[in-house]
Design a protein around this ligand. Structure first.
Ligand SMILES: Nc1ncnc2c1ncn2[C@@H]1O[C@H](COP(=O)(O)OP(=O)(O)OP(=O)(O)O)[C@@H](O)[C@H]1O
Length: 521
């Protein structure tokens, strides 16, 4: 399939990031805006570098701080409104390293942290309590959600004067990932390598349209601050179905290491959006497909875990509109040239824990970041609901394709009489995985869509009705294509798929142009 090069004109704004410690220091400095936000979270008013210098002294010590903490009493739990409709990968959160382990860090272990600290521009490990004190002064914290590894909080400015500024910067979300230096087979706390990978991926996709902005990353150690513990408890009380993590004071030692990622607020996961209109599904699906296509070209990106908790939406405009404007569908006289964007949803792909990308170092030969997905080699999860089957079926499809590609590479080498260079199968660039996840995404949304009359927005004019019927028909066709076609016959990846979609009339050239215009803004 001819590559239309539809994304080649978009500027490559990647910040070069290198893997080897010699080159970490070459990483571009943060912009003033970023630094300001970064600075805020650790108690503004002084030079951040002074603070970093102070923090430098805050490296691990051998003295074990004895600490008995009474857990806060669990409040009476009201029923959560609705259950989560996606499932995190089966990694139980287990007891973290004990305080003795943390206190016994050797010089070698401290050396281990060095690449991560260099990557985030830190000279030492910061103090988690200090972080808590400074954010507590300025922000109200709400826990938004949790994943297999992390807790995610939303920060809202307390002072009216700061509210607008924060809003203009796109809000403030903080993901807190406890991690340890070593990989243990039976532990589910993230290890240093995984954090390094996620940090590098965050920094790499940061400049790409349709991906979350990374404002800053901090490496801290210490006891979970009260301000976050309160938010943690409230979440458990209000959303017991989603709250799986136990109180961090119970789980973690006072020397626990955490990576804190500051991001812009990209709204809520799409599983919250129901029922979905044709305009919404069209926008969510094609925006995601085009963002993936662009990322494939720029950084050989594969998401590999794009379930419905990892795509978020929020209104594009300040009026908060979340679907086609009533006046537009009532007064529509003919099909508009541009359909993309009618729902007014801004779509962002998040969570790159399992993602694969080539770090852009400006040479085209940057390091490849990938998760070996060892946990997924043997499968123990028994999917029950249709939604679970869709999600787990997609992990399986990705794995099968990786196995086929590996087998083919071996065979090719054997037939050519060449020595087979063993490569981890997840290291290879197999953008078809993006197509499998796009197939999942569309099927998931179509399954949550009302049938018959409910599929058409009330008050629609005849042309608006026809447009919605047409959009649904095409989306169903695309879903069948992505989900029923044998993988070998599918295009190479999302980029090639966009070309097919244009040829088949599933995506209008004007919509592609509208996407590009927004991406270049
Ligand atoms: N930038 C953001 N803006 C708004 N909400 C966010 C943001 N980042 C994360 N969230 C919320 O937090 C939840 C968990 O985040 P995330 O998926 O990154 O965690 P995780 O531990 O890596 O999850 P997983 O188990 O899927 O690997 C998301 O489903 C989303 O609701």
């Amino acid at each position: 399939m001819a590559d239309l090069g539809v994304f080649s004109e978009l500027k490559n704004q990647q910040r070069p990031v290198r893997r080897n410690d010699k080159t970490y220091s070459k990483k571009k400095g943060q912009t003033a805006g970023r630094r300001a936000m970064h600075f805020d979270l650790f108690g503004g008013g002084t030079n951040e570098n002074d603070f970093v210098d102070k923090m430098e002294k805050l490296t691990f010590s051998d003295d074990v701080r004895e600490m008995t903490v009474e857990p806060s009493p669990e409040p009476i739990l009201p029923l959560e409104e609705r259950p989560v409709e996606h499932h995190h990968r089966p990694r139980r959160r287990q007891k973290a390293a004990t305080s003795t382990k943390m206190a016994n860090l050797t010089w070698l272990q401290l050396q281990q942290l060095d690449p991560l600290l260099s990557l985030v521009g830190q000279k030492g490990v910061k103090d988690f309590q200090e972080f808590g004190r400074s954010i507590g002064k300025k922000y109200l914290c709400t826990k938004l959600g949790e994943g297999s590894y992390a807790d995610v909080f939303k920060f809202e400015a307390k002072e009216l004067a700061d509210v607008q500024e924060l809003e203009e910067q796109g809000g403030l979300i903080v993901k807190i990932i406890p991690f340890k230096l070593t990989k243990e087979v039976k532990s589910d706390i993230t290890d240093l390598d995984s954090v390094l990978r996620e940090v590098m991926l965050m920094q790499t996709v940061d400049a790409l349209h349709g991906f979350v902005r990374c404002r800053g990353i901090h490496i801290v150690s210490g006891t979970y601050p009260d301000v976050l513990l309160e938010a943690f408890d409230t979440f458990k009380a209000v959303r017991p179905v989603s709250a799986h993590h136990t109180n961090p004071l119970k789980d973690f030692s006072p020397h626990q290491l955490y990576a804190i990622m500051e991001m812009n607020d990209v709204g809520r996961p799409i599983y919250h959006l129901q029922p979905l209109s044709a305009f919404q599904v069209y926008d969510i699906f094609w925006n995601t497909a085009m963002s993936l296509a662009h990322a494939e070209k720029q950084i050989e990106f594969e998401h590999r875990d794009m379930h419905n908790g990892n795509i978020c939406w929020k209104p594009l405009t300040k009026d908060g509109r979340l679907d086609a404007a009533q006046s537009v569908i009532e007064e529509m006289k003919e099909r508009p040239e541009v359909v993309l964007g009618m729902s007014n949803l801004q779509i962002t792909v998040i969570d790159y824990t399992l993602s694969r990308a080539r770090i852009n170092d400006g040479t085209g030969g940057g390091a490849i970041i990938f998760d070996p997905m060892l946990f997924w080699e043997t499968e123990a999860y028994n999917a029950k609901t249709e939604a679970e089957k869709r999600q787990w079926g997609t992990y399986r499809r990705v794995r099968e394709w990786a196995r086929i590609t590996e087998f083919e590479a071996e065979e090719k080498a054997r037939l050519g009489g060449l020595k087979y260079e063993a490569t981890n199968k997840y290291e290879r660039f197999q953008p078809k995985s993006n197509l499998f996840w796009l197939g999942y995404l569309l099927a998931d949304m179509l399954a949550r869509t009302p049938a018959g009359r409910g599929a058409i927005l009330p008050g629609s004019s005849r042309p608006a009705k026809d447009l919605q019927i047409q959009l649904w028909a095409k989306l169903i066709e695309v879903s069948a294509y992505l989900n029923q076609m044998t993988p070998t016959l599918l295009p190479e990846g999302a980029d090639a798929f966009i070309a097919v979609a244009m040829e088949r009339g599933w995506l209008a050239p004007a919509d592609l142009a509208a996407y590009k215009a927004r991406a270049e803004e």
